[in-house]
Design a protein around this ligand. Structure first.
Ligand SMILES: *Cc1c(COP(=O)(O)O)cnc(C)c1O
Length: 421
């Protein structure tokens, strides 16, 4: 076979094994060309919620494609986009009344940042600084890298990244410090916006923080006229136990980004939701105040139909019960490592569980990362540790027995690869 021309994401082709060829996906599994069934324990990079190829979502995609494909969304509209927008406004935290469609999480965040700056500018306020949390991740475009953590991933692009103000991660014990840091910046600098991943910093290493801190940050943002952007690209659609993570803090952000689970993970779609105030700031007879943004594939009808079918699954199937059961199973399974000398920071938040394998040198490029990946794949599990941080984020259809087998493999990995072994 000739060499593949495909250049894979986040892949060092010089050192990594050839990619596994997958011919079929179903439920919690990827089915490889050699017949192996691999348990997708990270929901294919956090997108798959109900399971792969959920019948309701697949049927909606087929049906939509009988009448519509991409069509221009300026000056034109279509039923799937209209219906999904109404559903999103109903389901999202109160106050978010406007829905702007795009096609990826990164784009949804770019849109949010542009909305925030446009809002202040159109109101005649000189606010342009963005406040971010250390260790956060908001995407891989230049703008989203700017508001994310700096490190090995973006060192080469640093000259292009814009400056931001940073507050620490509100890990347990540091909450007040973080709230105070934000208050100081917000009062002195007159920031345009605070962008956060609510409750869970994903790519930053599965760091969890309490709803109480989120509530405090939201309060200060409101008091200081700083717009709050909730990046719920990963946390949305049940990941943290509630539909949106903001729900747990009773927080209504000014702008909310959703993508990944929006179509149940079937096809790309994103939406940036905004309050009436943000929309109003762009609503004017003066055409220069228009929100100047579009993606070619904005509001793709087939993707919107998939999103609508996802909402239908949420309404018609016992999704909330499934999630509650998974949350309980995750915290029980991971608890067995709590007093285990091979691991530390054993934690869970909703359907996500994580634990750090003790190794001599941690961090994202920890030597152990690729070895762990290969170890789990050999045993039929797709896990992709963030360096030495092992996390399990399965689709909601995973069974207790499947999780049990996975945690047994994690136990085995602790012995083989942990420094305390
Ligand atoms: C994945 C992710 C993004 C980026 O989404 P893409 O669809 O990969 O562009 C943004 N924010 C958060 C919190 C994410 O987890």
């Amino acid at each position: 076979m000739t060499q593949s021309p495909v250049w894979h994401p986040f892949t060092q082709h010089a050192t990594e094994p050839a990619p596994t060829l997958i011919l079929r996906t179903e439920g919690a599994y990827l089915e490889a060309s050699d017949g192996r069934r691999i348990l997708d324990a990270i929901s294919s990079w956090w997108v798959t919620t109900h399971g792969h190829r959920h019948p309701t979502i697949m049927a909606a995609i087929r049906e939509a494609s009988e009448s519509l494909d991409q069509l221009i969304f300026a000056g034109f509209t279509h039923p799937p986009a209209e219906a999904l927008a109404r559903e999103l406004v109903t389901l999202a935290p109160p106050g978010l009344t406007r829905v702007f469609y795009s096609d990826s999480g990164s784009t949804a965040v770019e849109v949010a940042l542009k909305m925030a700056l446009g809002t202040h500018r159109n109101r005649g306020e000189a606010r342009s600084r963005i406040v971010v949390m250390e260790s956060s991740y908001h995407g891989d475009t230049i703008g989203t890298m700017s508001v994310g953590a700096r490190g090995v991933f973006n060192a080469a692009y640093e000259p292009l990244l814009f400056e931001v103000d940073r507050i620490p991660v509100p890990v347990a014990g540091r909450e007040q410090e973080v709230v105070d840091a934000f208050e100081a910046i917000a009062r002195q600098r007159r920031a345009a916006a605070l962008i956060v991943e609510p409750l869970v910093l994903g790519s930053g290493g599965m760091l969890f923080y309490s709803p109480a801190v989120l509530k405090e940050l939201a309060r200060i943002a409101r008091e200081t006229g700083t717009l709050l952007i909730a990046d719920e690209v990963m946390t949305g659609w049940g990941r943290t136990g509630s539909l949106f993570a903001c729900d747990q803090a009773n927080v209504s952000p000014d702008i909310l980004c959703t993508s990944k689970g929006l179509t149940g993970g079937a096809v790309p779609l994103a939406a940036t939701l905004a309050t009436e105030e943000v929309f109003e700031a762009h609503y004017s007879p003066d055409r220069s105040r228009t929100f100047f943004h579009s993606s070619s594939y904005t509001a793709n009808p087939i993707a919107c139909a998939a999103g609508l079918a996802n909402v239908k699954v949420w309404r018609e199937e016992p999704v909330a019960q499934r999630i509650a059961a998974l949350c309980a199973a995750q915290s029980e399974h991971v608890a067995r490592f709590e007093e285990d000398a091979r691991f530390e920071n054993v934690r869970s938040c909703g359907t996500i569980a994580a634990l750090d394998l003790k190794v001599p040198v941690g961090g994202y490029l920890a030597e152990v990362g690729p070895k762990l990946r290969a170890f789990f794949l050999e045993r039929g599990f797709l896990l992709r540790p963030l360096g030495n941080v092992l996390y399990v984020m399965p689709p909601y259809c995973v069974t207790g027995a499947e999780l049990g087998a996975l945690y047994d493999a994690i136990d085995e990995a602790g012995t083989l690869f942990g420094s305390a072994a």
